[in-house]
Design a protein around this ligand. Structure first.
Ligand code: NI
Length: 169
C-alpha cells in the first residue's frame, strides 16, 4: 500500500470523466488499498480515484467515527438507481478543495448499485451522511466538484483561496 498525492483545484484532471472498470481484480484492489490509505492519511471520509489521478469509476469511503472501529467501504462502477425528491442541505468539504466548506443541497436518499471490493453486485439505500458522501464522490467520477454546485462567485473565490494557500505553502 502507498499514500498517493491528492490532486488539488484547479488541476484539470479533476474535470475528467472517469471510465467504467472492466473487472474487479487484484490490480484494482491494490488501487483501492492505496486510495483508502491516502484517504485515512489526509484525513478524509471519501475519495474518488480521479483525486489521485486515476480516471476509473472507483470510490472509497469510511464514515465511522473516530472512537469506532474503521469501516472501509469500496464502490466500483456505482450507479444511482433512484433519488428522493426531498432535498437536504449539508456543509461539504473536499480533499481536492482543501479548507473550503459550503452548503450543498442534494437528494436526501438514493438507491445505489455498485460492485464491492470482492466484485459482488450490491444494491442498497443510502441516507444521511452516507447519501451526501456517495453523491459527492460520484460527482467526482463525472468531473464535478462540490464547488461546481455553488454560485460562480463562490466557486471562483474558493479556487482563488486554494491557489493562494498552495503558493504560500
Ligand atoms: Ni471531494
Amino acid at each position: 500500500m502507498a499514500i498517493r498525492d491528492i490532486l488539488i483545484v484547479p488541476d484539470l484532471r479533476l474535470k475528467q470523466v472517469s471510465t467504467p472498470v472492466e473487472q474487479v481484480d487484484d490490480d484494482l484492489r491494490a488501487l483501492m488499498d492505496d486510495m483508502l490509505e491516502t484517504m485515512y492519511d489526509a484525513p478524509g471520509i471519501g475519495l474518488a480515484a480521479i483525486q489521485i489521478g486515476v480516471a476509473k469509476r472507483v470510490i472509497v469511503m469510511d464514515l465511522s467515527r473516530e472512537d469506532e472501529p474503521r469501516e472501509p467501504r469500496y464502490f466500483v462502477n456505482p450507479e444511482i438507481l433512484s433519488s428522493a425528491d426531498e432535498l437536504q442541505p449539508y456543509e461539504e468539504g473536499c480533499l481536492s478543495v482543501p479548507d473550503i466548506f459550503d452548503e450543498v443541497e442534494r437528494p436526501a436518499r438514493v438507491r445505489l448499485r455498485y460492485l464491492n471490493y470482492q466484485g459482488e453486485l450490491i444494491e442498497e439505500d443510502a441516507e444521511g451522511m452516507y447519501a451526501v458522501c456517495i453523491q459527492h464522490e460520484m460527482d467526482h467520477l463525472d468531473g464535478v466538484l462540490f464547488i461546481d454546485h455553488l454560485s460562480r462567485l463562490k466557486r471562483d473565490r474558493a479556487v482563488a483561496k486554494v491557489k493562494k494557500a498552495v503558493r504560500a505553502a
